[in-house]
Design a protein around this ligand. Sequence first.
Ligand code: 5GP
Length: 215
Amino acid sequence: KNMASAQAVIPDDFEMPTEAFDIPRSYTGDLSAVVIPEGMIKDRVRRLAHDIHSSIGSQPLALLCVLKGSYKFFTALVDELTSARFDCPHPMTVDFIRCRSYEDTQSTGSVEIIGLSNLTELEGKNVLVVDDIVDTGRTLSRLLHKLKESGVKKCWTALLVSKRVPRTIDVTEDFVAFQIPDKFIVGYGLDYNQRFRDLRHICVMSNSGIEKYKN
Ligand code: 5GP
């Protein structure tokens, strides 16, 4: 494991009442608790950007946003990295992709990359992959494999949350903002069937919310 920086660990029982926060009224019954308030995310992302900069150093850097879930994390991280790299003579670039995982009967599924017409655009570059969440590690591990095949020079991962679950696949988690318990979370870009992405805070779904928006 290439653990480049410390993680902020959210304990199993760390939950705050939704009534204590500015949750849109249309969402209140759908959520059972707030687990990471927006302010805490902002503070953590600022420190993460400094950790990334001191670890990677002054090299040219291509930031790769894995949509849709990481859109808020990505913009926050880009802003903080811009400040952290103020004295850096090399520019930062941004790219956006979406990943669609396919499961087959074997554990070796594949991932379809949507967005960048050709991942070889990243050939020879230092790439920081910015993703929202690692659960089993499958999606990220397939993406990293594809990037390696495309000939990227160096590759790091920055993750908003990493779930405290036994990993079926060992995946490189270089910069993790939060380690969270094994709960289904939404908000700060993360969705449940395309809803809740606009929620400011990272929250846990209630059972009635899960039922209500089931596909
Ligand atoms: P993995 O491939 O690591 O098992 O899962 C990664 C993907 O599953 C994420 O990119 C995300 O789309 C989805 N996912 C896993 N856990 C959660 C969760 O708690 N909340 C949300 N909204 N999506 C999740």
